[in-house]
Write a protein that binds this ligand. Structure first.
Ligand SMILES: Cc1ncc(COP(=O)(O)O)c(C=O)c1O
Length: 323
């Protein structure tokens, strides 16, 4: 395969405000992770968004779609179940646009998430941690019955979530690469996989493999879900996925550390899980581009100690905490 010249666009552009500055994230080649010279692994750095996660794109899409459809009425509070990142992104956007926000979140997420949400002025309702994100969805559903008070964008069922990727993330990647052998992302709401997957299949055909990184059942990885847990988000069309590969909590942490030590990428734990799957696919092919998503940066996970823990002690980490 011919080597492609690197396309450097040193200025990230000029924008009217921080909400407009969402997206246009860098695509970075990770040479040390590639097992073969002909296989190029690329990280789409969604951690470069204003609040540090891919969910800035989704939150903007959810709110602007509701605005266009006139769904947010005067006096409405925006309400959303979230394991953290969507809440933080919504909190930033709602504070910019002047909407009150309540998020329903499991009570065992890292304290940085609570601080960030409060920082942007959101109100938090905690759901039982042992029920994970499904518990948060159930609680938010009940509260949202009061439709005079609340508008719930509901990222798990709202087409504006995958559309943020179909119209944003995927075209940005296609601007840089003419060929993609595999696109790898984590499975949370499914928005990243569905939106990018649909666009890549349309533009590149069936030869572009769409691969989901899924946590093992009972081994929570912050931001990801096991489809075996009994809830399949309505936006997910399983037939769009070519492969679904399980990753253990242990491997997710080990690969989060590898991203840091081998490539200097300070990412959250779901990105470690996704990188692990990307490298596994890289081992199966002889040449081509593999793109994976770095969903968020590592700042929100610092209190877990996972970046400094000796690697041989990872086995003993408390995996009931949501990394
Ligand atoms: C850290 C992190 N990784 C991955 C995902 C999964 O992305 P998606 O919801 O698009 O499937 C999420 C979603 O919340 C997340 O917060």
């Amino acid at each position: 395969m011919a080597t492609m010249p690197l396309q450097n666009r040193p200025c990230g552009g000029r924008y009217g405000d921080i909400v407009q500055a969402i997206g246009n994230t860098p695509l970075v080649e990770l040479k040390r992770l590639s097992p073969k010279p002909g296989v190029r692994i690329w990280a789409k750095m969604e951690s470069h968004n204003p609040t540090g996660s891919v969910k800035d794109r989704v939150a903007r899409s959810l709110i602007e779609d509701a605005e266009e459809k006139g769904l947010i009425r005067p006096g409405h509070t925006i309400l959303e179940p979230t394991s953290g990142n969507t809440g933080i992104s919504l909190a930033m956007i709602c504070s910019r646009k002047g909407y009150p926000l309540k998020v329903v979140m499991p009570d065992n997420v890292t304290p940085e998430r609570t601080q960030l949400l409060k920082m942007y002025g959101a109100e938090i309702i905690y759901s039982p941690g042992d029920q994970g994100s499904n518990g948060a969805v159930a609680m938010a559903d009940e509260i949202a019955q009061d439709t005079d008070t609340y508008y719930m964008p509901y990222q798990y069922g709202n087409p504006a979530n995958p559309l943020a990727h179909y119209n944003g993330t995927a075209p940005e990647i296609l601007e840089e690469l003419d060929e993609i052998t595999a696109f790898v992302a984590g499975l949370g709401t499914g928005g990243t996989l569905m939106g990018n997957g649909r666009r890549f299949k349309e533009e590149l055909g069936e030869s572009c493999m769409i691969v989901a990184a899924e946590p093992l059942q009972g081994e929570p990885v912050q931001g990801l879900r096991s489809l075996d847990d009994g809830f399949i988000p309505p936006i997910i069309d399983i037939s769009l996925l070519d492969r679904k590969i399980f990753v253990s909590n242990h491997d997710a942490i080990v690969w989060t550390r590898k991203l840091l030590s081998e490539e200097g990428i300070f990412a959250g734990v779901s990105s470690g899980a996704i990188a692990r799957v990307a490298v596994r696919i890289a081992n199966e092919i002889d040449e081509g581009n593999i793109v994976f998503v770095v969903c968020d940066d590592g700042w929100k996970y610092l209190s877990s100690g996972l970046y400094t823990l000796p690697i041989d002690e990872i086995e003993n980490m408390d995996s009931t905490i949501w990394w």
